[in-house]
Design a binder for this molecule. Structure first.
Ligand code: SF4
Length: 438
């Protein structure tokens, strides 16, 4: 059996796709091995969302080539789509597979003979057709990602994703359910619904809320989590479903990017800070104990001190339980690349650190407010301090002392304390009556 190793750089969607490619290779007789172990084939799923991500891809390709001089190296993913011209100049790549052919990559592995120069499977544009995907994602993790949508038409001025992944398109509902049932059969109790612009799902007359409704009926599935979703694409039905008795986790990750209207306009985002805040207030009013995350970008061209203060102010005021902070990274082909008033690197670093500290403080406060509650935790693994950790549905990372193996168990836990990044608790036998999210 030929040995294959796969590696992913980038987002949950990339991870979902690598897991599917792994399963496709396994069904073609490949034995999957960890990266770094001797392999006949190495597949790298790349990212081009920032220039750092691209640099990391190039670094890894060189490292893979040094470690496996005879392996057939296939590079796919967003950087293979947007940076094929750069990648084909690099030593050691045998196959470059753009977005159009990505999810059928194993079909093109007719031979694992090393090539003098990379073969390139690439189209400038990507089909807009709804799609199906072969296989059931192959995960080691407790939670599995479920790809339901791809591409984006929103064209935010800083974003390269519409260029790397093409126009929005949706996965056929029956194919989503087929994979979901396969993942549950493999023991996954929580599925993370993922895509590029998930809220824009539209296929066979169904919306994302309809798809989640179908997933609710999958026997043996305990939790459904939406990975990230744009503020202008969240329906009232989805909020009501999340608030009601449902498998849908009380969790929303809703990118804000900036709290300043001038910057939001220059980013070509589709809301004002006021509209965003109003939506968040509605979401929190509708869904009790909602776990709320966001993405914030610092250093966008023209982001004055005043503009940053507006962002920091809104981030502090809104009931976020954490945020991811990104530094603006000029991307080829994007509208923002032409904008004046670049922000000095030192200022960007200072702003990012300030918001990261604020995010930690808000997360700790969110955890502290729940001390004394009994929550439901899906346990994953032991951390370095020997505590067994897992997540609540509203995205609290919880750690408990445990003599036995709690892997993949859903257990009630009484929260007793909190520290940076971890709520502490003790596993209990049962929930007190009327426990939310039990
Ligand atoms: S919504 Fe904007 S930031 Fe998100 S993928 Fe689409 S273009 Fe990029």
């Amino acid at each position: 059996m030929p040995h294959a190793s796969l590696h992913t750089i980038g987002c949950r969607l990339n991870q979902a796709e690598t897991a599917l490619l792994g399963d496709q290779l396994r069904s073609r007789g490949y034995d999957l091995v960890e990266l770094g172990r001797p392999a006949d084939l190495v597949v790298l799923n790349t990212c081009s969302v920032t220039d750092n991500a691209e640099a990391e891809c190039r670094h890894l390709i060189r490292k893979i080539r040094r470690a496996s001089p005879d392996a057939f190296v296939a590079v796919t993913g967003c950087y293979a789509q947007t940076g094929a011209d750069v990648l084909q100049q690099m030593e050691g790549i045998d196959l470059i597979v753009g977005t159009q052919y990505k999810m059928e990559l194993p079909r093109y592995l007719t031979s694992l003979e090393r090539r003098p120069a990379p073969e390139i499977l690439h189209t400038r544009t990507v089909s807009r057709d709804d799609f199906t995907i072969e296989g059931v994602g192959d995960y080691e993790s407790t939670r599995a990602h479920l790809k339901v949508q791809d591409g984006c038409n929103f064209m935010c001025s800083f974003c390269i994703i519409p260029f790397s992944r093409g126009h929005e398109r949706s996965r056929r509902p029956d194919d989503i359910i087929r994979e979901a049932e396969g993942l549950v059969a493999r023991g996954h109790r929580e599925l993370v619904v993922t895509g590029v612009n998930v809220g824009r799902y539209a296929c066979e007359g169904r919306s994302i809320d309809d798809v989640i409704g179908m997933l609710e009926d999958v026997p043996g599935l305990d939790r459904i989590r939406i990975s990230s979703i744009e503020p202008t694409t969240i329906s009232d039905q989805l909020l009501e479903r999340m608030a009601g008795p449902s498998k849908l986790c009380r969790y929303l990750h809703i990118p804000l990017q900036s709290g300043d209207d001038g910057v939001l306009d220059a980013m070509n985002r589709r809301y004002t800070s006021k509209a965003y805040a109003a939506f968040i207030e509605k979401a929190v009013r509708t869904v009790p104990d909602l776990g709320l995350g966001t993405d914030i970008m610092v250093g966008f061209p023209g982001e004055t001190d005043r503009a940053f203060a507006n962002t920091r102010g809104l981030a502090a005021d809104l009931p976020f339980s954490y945020f991811h902070v990104f530094s603006y990274s000029p991307r080829p082909g994007t509208a923002a690349l032409k904008l004046p008033d670049a922000i000095p690197a030192g200022t960007i670093t200072a702003r990012r650190e300030e918001l990261c500290a604020l995010s930690r403080a808000k997360r700790l406060a969110f955890y502290h407010r729940r001390v004394g509650q009994t929550v439901s935790v899906l346990f994953e693994t032991r951390n370095q301090s020997g505590l067994f950790t897992g997540l609540t549905d509203n995205y609290i990372r919880v750690g408990v002392p445990a003599g036995s193996d709690l892997h993949n168990q859903l257990r009630p836990v009484r929260l007793t304390g909190a520290m940076d990044g971890l709520a502490l608790g003790a596993a209990v036998d049962a929930f007190p009556l009327h426990t939310i999210g039990a």
